[in-house]
Design a protein around this ligand. Sequence first.
Ligand SMILES: [Zn+2]
Length: 462
Amino acid sequence: MATLLVKHATLLVTMDSQRREIADGGFFVKDGIIQQVDPFSSLPEKKADEVLDLSDHIVLPGLINTHHHFYQTLTRAVPAVQDSNLFNWLKTLYPIWAHLKPEDIRISTQTALAELALSGCTTASDHLYLFPNGSHLDDEIEAAQQIGLRLHASRGSMSLGESKGGLPPDSVVEDEDYILKDSQRLIEQYNQPGPGATVRIVLAPCSPFSVTLDLMRQSALLARQYGVRLHTHLAETQDEEFFCLEKFGYRPVALMESLNWVGPDVWFAHSVHVNEAEIGVYAHTGCGVAHCPSSNMRLASGIAPVLKMIGAGVKVGLGVDGSASNDSSHMLAEVRQAMLLSRLAAGVEGASRSSEAAQPLMTARQALEICTLGGAAVLGRTDVGSLESGKYADFFAINLNRLDYAGALHDPLAAIVFCQPVRVDFTYVGGKAVVSESQLTTLDLGRLVEEHNHAALRLLVG
Ligand SMILES: [Zn+2]
């Protein structure tokens, strides 16, 4: 039986039902599960196999990333698409991504997860929807296991090539029978449905403009047969809205309703262009949303109505999105972007006028809650997302004595969101260190960066 004692945290942010923020906090962990969270002086156990003294640190539940494309870390800041909108960005990048090999999937998975772990993330969802040159989702799952974060690996798919009216070139789409067979194999081989899961499989046709409606229907049937979740991009841009209206006669959300692609087991990335009635559909059916503020800004897609969704009772989590449209996998930076972008939207709508009717602004605490409790709800996890007894000990800690927070320590929790996002000092998953004293414990970062740059160069230059 392995035990861990965390002691003397300057501020321990629990995200429990009372949202306790405990000064000089601590918690005791047995076999990866938290037994008690309280002021350190109230903890009965004062010894453990591992004792972690977090004096001068703020401690929070691990951040949860609900949308990413790890492989895109190989194509960050590509000159030809630095200033493109989504459809042009995709059309230029598809042929580059068509050169991906299994080793590229492995390297980019580790790079993305390293960045995530160093920015406080403990559970990451990824959406891999291209499998060129013998690549498989297995490459990603195996590479992720070496790092130690929890992974929700989405078996993505594209089946509607250009010749059939889709956006991607025919060279990167797959046969639908094969997609479904491979999806079933992956669920049976890897999906861990119970608490403490380190790998879960998700079925994730890429978007309405890259798969057939039949594949959407069949994927939903298969997912529900096995009790795994469904995920796709939805209502990301106006181009997509026009595409759906022209091709199917529906707006994106109505299209999903017509396909039985709504429910508590479904979450959508983006949902920028949703009206009040569509937000009502999400709330009523239990659909979740992965809000990706940096990507939406980078591709000029628009601003998702996050506070309206939350106000209506929609589950909202945060996603850094793929690294070709964020160019970073910094989870804490994304929390900051979510808060700032929401405030920009409020300002544009007139909330900054000092009138009683002004709508409230997103707070730092709210932004962190979206990225912890919100993310857990979106991914359907009740075992992580807060620090309380019975939950898995997924957490991160930041040393508060640093230049970045100087002058902000009257509210350390606000400081980590309002001030410049930093690398974290400790990240633990299930009571085990993945980051310790700002260093990854599970791999050699220097070698990984070298391999990654080599792979990226080969992909772009050939
Ligand atoms: Zn995406």
